[in-house]
Design a protein around this ligand. Structure first.
Ligand SMILES: *Cc1c(COP(=O)(O)O)cnc(C)c1O
Length: 487
């Protein structure tokens, strides 16, 4: 399988080139040159596979044997340390909750990030070429990347990770700052959740860049995230005794950069029987606004919320969604995205909005509503949710899914969000949870490790955001140069 750009389908790259860069050379996002079509018969076969087998089988469709051999692929897609199962499904009333957070950093991002980092590690070793990974995190991408890079123990890889100072939970911060991996460098920047996206994009697109962005603009992430949907569909079909392919499954998930959502849309376009894909968002609600009104407008500022991991002003994977919405119309996507890049705005016509609404729906859940639904689900079902899963659950309620069969994606463990969970259910319930065997032992252990202070990128108030971003980019370039000299 070769890869092309959402903005120009004459571009053609290998999988290695696509996953190793991040953005496509024209500033678009990489997508596979074609999406395979999955028949009902194939899905029936896939129903027999465990998670790792399914992941391997799906990935094989997108990664040729000539680039990654079968044994290499099976080493990349392993889930040791995921407990009690890779992705167990829980029942909450009529809904199925697919718990995607049983990896080493207690967030769904482990599922994709570990594979992406292992691919990069494999290619770096094969080529004996050093590779620096760049990441900006609103909370959970960073820890997943740090853990994956530390575990890879490959001297050819280094990671520079950025998080917005004061805008991630103390647990997440510790996940970043307690690492002792010489491969990892951590920076806190004094800005909003996605303010480092532009500097990183500039770095990745500068001529001769041999750096790799591993946020979900990297095609490896949505490719891996398709598997969440296929797995969830198959498990729900099994429990509901559906004849595969006869019924469609609606899925409700907390949405930030739309990476997970883009994976779902690709799965749907491949013929996986998915119904509506529904985004739960917080008050940073651009995704909700575009799905309800067609207005894709970045808001002037980032609002602080109790679900920081989905604080976003411009969800970059909307570009992939537009690409598939328009039946892979690269010319139109280029026109639209050039406008977004220039003005941070796009208004979809009524016609396109209607198309979008056939496949997607959304709800905006305030912190207050998020706390209410967390309490309610705890009281009624004795099920404790992290604030992001709670946003999805709130969306499920708002969109009328209570009492119906549908699936909610649980994207993080509540153990990461003491501040928000306590706010929702009170300190007594938190303490009960913290002392229970539901609270992962490795999470408890991490809390007692010493922190290494991160590098800080200052916000100079006399400068505009754009000017600050220029300075941060300069600082990032210097750190990378130092790291590469050491390697
Ligand atoms: C990253 C994240 C999300 C949002 O996922 P996207 O792919 O960015 O939309 C949701 N929940 C949690 C806990 C996350 O860390």
């Amino acid at each position: 399988m070769r890869y092309t750009s959402t903005r120009d389908r004459t571009i053609s790259c290998t999988f290695e080139e696509a996953i190793c860069s991040g953005y496509a050379p024209d500033g678009g996002l990489f997508v596979p040159e074609e999406l395979p079509v999955i028949s009902v018969a194939t899905l029936q076969e896939w129903a027999k596979l465990d998670f790792a087998q399914l992941a391997q089988t799906v990935l094989r469709l997108f990664v040729s044997e000539s680039e990654v051999s079968a044994p290499e692929l099976s080493n990349i897609v392993t889930y040791e340390g995921f407990a009690p199962a890779v992705v167990p499904l829980q029942r909450v009333g009529s809904l199925y909750v697919a718990e995607l957070f049983h990896g080493p950093t207690f967030c769904f991002k482990d599922l994709g990030m570990r594979a992406v980092v292992r691919f990069l590690s494999l290619f770096a070793t094969k080529r004996r070429q050093h590779r620096t990974l760049l990441v900006s995190t609103t909370g959970d991408t960073g820890p997943a990347a740090v853990q994956a890079v530390s575990d890879a123990k490959n001297p050819f890889l280094t990671l520079l990770v950025h998080y917005p100072d004061g805008q991630i939970s103390s647990f997440q911060r510790k996940q970043l700052t307690t690492t002792d991996s010489p491969q990892v460098h951590v920076v806190a920047f004094e800005g909003g959740g996605d303010d480092m996206d532009r500097p990183i994009k500039n770095m990745l697109q500068s001529p001769g860049s041999h750096w790799t962005g591993v946020n979900s603009y990297n095609i490896g992430r949505p490719l891996m995230q398709m598997i969440h949907y296929i797995w969830t569909y198959l498990r729900v079909a099994e429990r509901e005794e559906w004849e595969i392919g006869k019924q469609k499954l609606d899925i409700i998930l907390p949405t930030g950069a739309m990476g997970n959502l883009a994976g779902g849309y690709m799965a749907k376009k491949m013929g996986i029987p998915l119904g509506k894909l529904c985004s739960g968002v917080n008050v940073n609600d651009i995704t909700h606004r575009v799905m309800q009104t067609g207005a894709f407008h970045s808001s002037p500022c980032m609002l602080k919320t109790l679900s920081d991991a989905i604080n976003i002003q411009i969800p970059y994977n909307f570009e992939r969604i537009l690409f598939y919405l328009t039946e892979q119309n690269d010319r139109l996507v280029r026109e639209w995205m050039t406008q977004v890049d220039a003005t941070q705005k796009l208004d979809l016509s009524t016609e396109w909005l209607q198309q979008l609404q056939q496949d997607f729906d959304s709800a905006r859940i305030s912190d207050e509503d998020m706390c209410t639904i967390t309490r309610r689900v705890w009281n009624e079902h004795h099920y404790l949710m992290d604030p992001h899963t709670a946003v999805a659950m709130g969306a499920a309620e708002t969109l009328g899914y209570f009492g119906k069969t549908a699936a909610v994606f649980a994207t993080a463990s509540p153990c990461k969000f003491e501040e928000s969970v306590t706010m929702a259910v009170g300190k007594d319930t938190w303490d009960l949870f913290e002392q229970s065997d539901q609270f992962p032992a490795s999470a408890r252990a991490m809390l007692f490790q010493p922190e290494r202070p991160p590098t800080i990128y200052r916000n100079n108030r006399s400068l505009s955001l754009y000017e600050n971003q220029r300075q941060w980019e300069e600082q990032a370039r210097q750190i990378v140069a130092t790291l590469e000299n050491m390697a």
